[in-house]
Design a protein around this ligand. Structure first.
Ligand code: PCD
Ligand SMILES: [Cu+]
Length: 805
């Protein structure tokens, strides 16, 4: 070989392909104030909108007087439901097939509900004018408890009165939304009735909120001359927004351009469609100039989509030796005033039916009842794909409770019930086919890494010391083994409003051998511009540094269902690899032609095609790209482009083993996290550094949710946690040093074997932190206490158990 040419190792390093901890290309703009967020969009003549929101959780709107507001200089319009009705835009369909008011029509159902939209020359004038809109309300009885709601005579949704059938089947009561059943009810009951041991527990996974750094917002610009509507916004699914906007407004889809610019965190909060988006569009149509709407922090916490709010009751049975025999789960789901859950259409409770977890459970049954209350609508995933965090919390608590019932170590209980490596692909009792896993290897690695036996010994000594009065801190060991289900999803069972959940990638190679690839997904901080270029680099032999990744502009990107549920890697990542392979196939033909050999006589080698057995004869991808723009092969189309729409054959099933060690001061209720060990298996790893960042972020959000973060309501439906003074957002102060680790079990059906990872740390983290708190009190008779485990609640647990006596 020529000494001047770089060797294979160097060529491979230059690619910055799969498995390389490539630095994030987007960070230079994020760290130097050059990001372009919705609020950075400033158009000539642009107006600003702001909402009049209901102070009451349930009330009739008797009258709205706009006069004083309209008299304020700078105010251009005040829109109410009456103004929107002629356009049929006073309501919108939710992703769950319910009907949500864009502006209150006669009645409000939650505190913070949108009542009127003020449009003014300036954001501050708009806010002042909001105060001048006089709304007369007549208060109605408020229901904030879903169990009470199902017994109440008060009809929350008068618009649905008398409707016995909802979007997801029969309704049992005027405040009931749906019942979703999965599995074998009678078979499960039979097993439970005849079991050696049954553990029963009820738990509440409280309402919380993703609270991204950037709140939601949009800018609409209706160009009446050309008939084009452009909408910039904080959208996790820009193409879906375009389709919904077209269906609602009647504007043809090719005349609508939706752009998601840089997004300051999504976490599920930006999946749904909000009244603000619709109002900015209507206001731009009405005024003929661009209109911006950006909510403030309080509005974001109070009225945009919440997560969780699941009341779960479980029964789990086992033999005396601890082999699990059956699982029963019932959920009462509080959906607030409208069912605006963001789930694939056929899954009204998301993937809650993954609640058998990582265990080989022969029979199971799940029923979920959705209920209306006077709380904000939503039901987003918040760093978990469709209720998976609820499911994992449920099963990981049930395992702990069963271990108490059996008098057994819960690490061992997990081990003897894991689905075994040779059982994959494994079909779970509630229907999912787990693609791959090696749980025992991961579990053993984790327990060894933390010296589990040593920790248990230390804990036992601590309990003795506590009893002797030598210490006031207890030690908790939190364990969790989780299985995620990400990559929604196969079009055969996953769609949103009838659109199958495939995803896409389109690649163009430029003559000089650099490229642009566009995807149907949209990064909100995950680093797609970095990682998707790495997938392509390995597939097509062009350095990641020479590939631009673009997402989020519906005029240029191929149709896709967006980014949430850790679906980008499993679905769009697969599309990227597949499109790359199409490029490579054409490149192979060109190379062979140029090298004057048969197609089969060349092979791909890092960044070139080489003649088999004659490595000195090759064409680099750069050379091939250039040739592709000439008459490379007579009769062959010029250019080097490809597109792939990928319909995944199955979900991917990442998993992980987490251990948290915590010291709890029983007198102050303050937990100190001594250690947090997280082993993740997300199959083939694209960028280890980005994975680690994802895990740190997800664990921190898990810490938040487990230890204090909550959207709390009082009895009359006032949001008690509407500001960051009351809503817990952890800072560097609370966050421990995380230890990360991994195993690699590739997905057998994904073209590069990758599974999602963004959500895993949250899904596994919440039960792990919670289990640590609960475990500290286990020696004193604690069985289960509800999250969030803030200092006050931990103190109360200590008090209830008599530890302050
Ligand atoms: N194997 C593997 C996997 C993965 N990866 C990477 O990592 C990341 C992630 O991924 P995923 O998992 O696939 O995911 P996505 O789809 O992309 O994303 C989503 C997620 O993501 C996470 N993360 C994050 N980050 C940030 N920064 N921001 C944000 O916002 C966020 N969010 C969150 C959430 S919540 Mo939901 O929405 O609730 O459903 S879902 C979610 C990207 O970059 C990728 O590429 C790698 O590397 N490898
Ligand atoms: Cu979820």
């Amino acid at each position: 070989m020529n000494d001047m040419t770089p060797d294979r190792e160097e060529r491979s390093a230059n690619l910055k392909g799969m498995g390389c901890s490539r630095k994030r290309v987007e960070d230079s703009r994020f760290t130097q104030g050059k990001g372009n967020y919705v609020d950075d969009i400033k158009l000539p003549g642009m107006l600003h909108g702001d909402f009049v929101r209901s102070p009451y959780a349930h009330a009739r709107v008797v009258s709205i007087n706009k006069e004083a507001a309209l008299a304020l200089p700078g105010v251009v319009a005040v829109l109410t439901a009456d103004d929107l009705r002629p356009l049929n835009l006073h309501w919108m369909p939710t992703l769950a097939g319910d009907k949500q008011m864009v502006l209150a029509d006669g009645k409000v159902l939650f505190q913070g509900q949108e009542v009127a939209f003020v449009v003014a020359s300036d954001r501050y004038v708009a806010a002042d004018a909001v105060e001048l809109v006089e709304v007369e309300y007549e208060e109605l009885p408020v229901i904030t408890d879903p169990f009470e709601s199902l017994k109440s005579d008060v009809v929350l949704r008068e618009d649905l009165e008398g409707q016995t059938e909802g979007a997801h089947g029969p309704r049992k009561h005027h405040n009931h939304i749906f019942t979703w059943e999965q599995g074998d009810e009678s078979g499960t009951n039979q097993v439970l009735d005849n079991a050696d041991v049954v553990a029963t527990e009820s738990m509440y996974y409280h309402r919380t909120h993703p609270c991204p750094l950037e709140t939601c917002g949009s800018v609409a610009s209706m160009d009446k001359v050309n008939g084009k509507l452009t909408l910039w916004g904080t959208f996790q699914a820009p193409h879906v927004v375009r389709t919904v906007a077209s269906l609602l407004s009647g504007i043809e889809e090719h005349n609508i351009r939706v752009v998601s610019p840089d997004i300051g965190g999504g976490f599920g909060n930006k999946v749904g469609v909000y009244p603000g988006y619709v109002c900015s569009i209507v206001a731009s149509i009405v005024t003929g100039v661009p209109v911006k709407w950006v909510e403030d922090r309080m509005e974001n916490l109070m009225s945009t989509a919440f997560a969780r709010d699941y009341h779960m009751t479980g029964k789990i049975s086992a033999t005396k030796e601890g082999k699990i025999t059956g699982l029963h789960c019932h959920v009462t789901a509080d959906h607030g005033g409208f069912d605006a859950c963001a789930d694939p259409t056929k899954f009204p409770a998301g993937f809650m039916n993954i609640c058998t977890g990582s265990y080989d459970i022969p029979v199971a049954y799940l029923a979920v009842d959705g209920v209306y209350t006077n709380k904000a609508p939503g039901g987003v995933s918040y760093r978990c794909s469709f209720r998976v965090t609820e499911a994992v919390y449920f099963i990981e608590r049930m395992i702990e409770v069963l271990a108490i019932e059996l008098g057994m170590d819960s690490a061992e209980l997990r081990r003897i019930n894991f689905i075994k490596k040779e059982q994959f692909p494994y079909t779970a009792a509630l229907g999912w086919e787990y693609d791959s896993g090696d749980y025992h290897t991961a579990w053993d690695k984790a327990l060894k890494a933390v010296d589990y036996d040593g920790l248990r010994k230390e804990q036992a000594e601590r309990v003795e010391a506590f009893k002797r009065g030598e210490t006031r801190t207890l030690m908790g060991i939190g364990l969790t083994f989780f299985t995620e289900i990400v990559g929604a999803g196969p079009v055969k069972n996953c769609d949103i409003l009838g659109m199958g959940m495939f995803d896409s990638c389109e690649i163009r190679i430029h003559p000089t051998g650099s490229a642009i690839a566009r995807l149907g997904t949209i990064s909100q901080g995950q680093g797609h511009a970095t990682t998707f270029a790495q997938i392509l680099a390995s597939e097509i032999g062009i350095s990641a540094d020479s590939i631009t990744i673009e997402e989020g502009d519906t005029d240029t990107a191929p149709y896709g269902l967006g980014t949430y549920g850790s679906r980008s890697t499993p679905v769009a990542g697969a599309a990227t690899a597949m499109a790359g392979r199409k490029i490579r196939a054409k490149a192979q033909m060109i190379a062979a032609y140029l090298l004057e050999v048969h197609d089969d006589d060349v092979e791909f080698d890092i960044d070139r095609f080489v003649v088999k057995g004659a490595p000195e004869k090759f064409k680099t991808m750069k050379e091939i790209a250039y040739a592709a723009y000439n008459q490379a092969i007579p009769g062959l189309e010029p250019g080097l482009e490809a597109v792939s729409y990928y319909d995944p054959p199955n979900m991917t099933y990442p998993f992980g083993a987490y251990v948290c060690v915590m010291d709890i001061d029983v007198d102050t209720g303050v937990p100190e996290i001594r250690r947090f060990y997280a082993l993740d298996d997300c199959g083939t790893r694209i960028n280890p550094m980005i994975i680690e960042g994802q895990i740190h972020g997800g664990l921190t959000e898990a810490l938040a949710v487990a230890l204090g973060q909550e959207i709390a309501y009082d009895d009359i439906g006032n949001v008690k946690t509407g500001t960051l003074m009351d809503f817990f957002l952890p800072t560097a102060w609370e966050v421990p040093n995380y230890e990360t680790d991994f195993t690699v079990t590739p997905s057998p059906h994904h073209p590069i074997g990758a599974k999602g990872v963004g959500e895993s740390p949250h899904v596994g983290g919440v039960p792990c932190f919670s289990n640590a708190v609960q475990d500290a009190f286990r020696p004193f008779g604690n069985r289960h206490t509800n999250m969030p485990h803030d200092h006050w609640r931990i103190w109360q647990t200590a008090n209830r158990l008599g530890l302050h006596d």
